[in-house]
Design a protein around this ligand. Structure first.
Ligand SMILES: Cc1ncc(COP(=O)(O)O)c(C=O)c1O
Length: 394
């Protein structure tokens, strides 16, 4: 069945998984058929093959499939020795799972601020938060861009702390020639359907070159079993199933072309929006490679601390830009409107507005606009044109 033609007035969504499926449907159906024929659904050859392929893609020796990105973080932190009563330093501007994985172990997330230009952990913020209870540091590679890993690793090394990379959003990105996920003690991937490499359900993976950690993770994801019905520690039931693994293997083969398409769209947005006053475009520091899970602009307003005006001298606000875009058929999203230290979940930790100013300001100003491989040049141009109008009319 072919899809109806897309018209220029059609709504442009944040992501169009149906459009992607149309391009790979026969391959996906064949892969699913293979699993159905084999009738092996958990911990089988597809999962093992995917683990090898992802390890190679990330430049690590081992990888361990798990049930989600959240559990990749939880199991990964556990394998690095994080336990109840410990503290783990995490950036405040991220998806809630980065913090809740720490909390799930009974440990306490200690929130640090971010760099304004990249939205990633500010390395200079780490040291002041290290206490005798600090057990690990989580660096998130947000929106498709690596954190400043050399600087993060330097602080971690000085204090003998492991770095866990939350690579849920940046599979395939790199920092000075090294792939995200391969630089810390271990890296955690999410294959949630909307991710650049997304399954057709929940799935995740941990990548590492540490043999002992990999072996422990293999046990821990499967009830702590190290032999048949022999458990050496309390574990989880967190396994990546064969259907998801088979689907992910198909999609992995397309990642090169899909990432290149995302990067081409980003370049086009960059050129079409470069001169627009009142907004700030994504910045990629030298030596880093952005894979554009999201294309996130900042819409600067008075609330952010200083006034940046559009051509007519008006203050520009992200919520108004978002509303105008919606009226003109362009989806946009705020990732993330509430930093972790101000989440109700963490009220007991005593976070106060004004404590982590860069994160709080980012939460007010960010606006992500559609970016996905299947967007056409015309669609990117239409989005850019509507962003321009919305900002100038705001
Ligand atoms: C930064 C970050 N960390 C962790 C996760 C958790 O991944 P999952 O949804 O696969 O549990 C996500 C994804 O949603 C994420 O964006």
């Amino acid at each position: 069945m072919t899809a109806p033609p897309r018209t220029s007035s059609e709504m442009i969504p944040m992501l169009d998984l149906r459009a992607q499926f149309e391009t790979i449907a026969p391959e996906i159906r064949a892969a699913v058929e293979e699993v159905l024929t084999a009738q092996q659904f958990v911990l089988g050859p597809q999962g093992e093959a995917l683990e090898r392929e992802i390890a190679e893609a990330c430049g690590v020796r081992y990888s361990v499939g798990v049930a989600s990105g959240t559990e990749a973080l939880e199991l990964g932190l556990h394998a690095c020795g994080v336990k109840a009563g410990d503290e783990v330093i995490v950036p405040a501007f991220t998806f809630i799972a980065t913090g809740s994985a720490v909390s799930a172990l009974g440990a306490r997330p200690v929130f640090a601020d971010i760099e304004p230009a990249t939205f990633n952990l500010e390395p200079d913020q780490i040291e002041a938060r290290i206490t005798p209870r600090t057990r690990a540091i989580v660096a998130v590679h947000l929106f498709g861009l690596s954190a400043d890993m050399d600087a993060v690793l330097a602080v971690a090394e000085k204090h003998g702390l492991p770095v866990i990379e939350d690579n849920a959003q940046s599979f395939g990105a790199s920092c000075r020639g090294r792939k995200t996920g391969s630089m810390g003690r271990l890296g955690c991937l999410s294959f949630y359907p909307s991710k650049n490499l997304g399954a057709y359900g929940d799935a995740g993976m941990i990548v590492t070159s540490d043999e002992k950690i990999a072996a422990r993770l293999r046990a821990v994801r499967n009830h702590g079993q190290t032999g048949q019905y022999l458990s050496t520690e309390r574990g989880w039931n967190s396994r990546l199933d064969e259907l998801q693994a088979a689907i992910l293997r198909v999609k992995l083969r397309h990642m090169g072309e899909w990432t290149a398409a995302r990067q081409a769209h980003a370049r086009l947005y960059n050129s079409l929006l470069a001169d627009l006053p009142g907004i700030v475009l994504p910045r990629v520091p030298p030596g880093r490679d952005h894979v554009y899970y999201l294309y996130t602009i900042r819409v600067e307003g008075r609330a952010g601390g200083y006034t940046r005006a559009n051509d007519r001298g008006n203050e520009v606000r992200s919520d108004l830009v978002q509303q105008l875009l919606k009226e003109r058929g362009i989806a946009s999203m705020v990732y993330y409107p509430v930093p972790l230290h101000l989440q109700p979940l963490y009220a007991l930790l005593g976070g106060k507005p004004g404590e982590l100013r860069v994160s709080e300001r980012a939460a007010r100003e960010v606006l992500s606009i559609p970016i996905y491989p299947e967007l056409t040049r015309e669609q990117v141009e239409r989005v850019a044109q509507e962003v321009r109008k919305a900002v100038l009319e705001n």
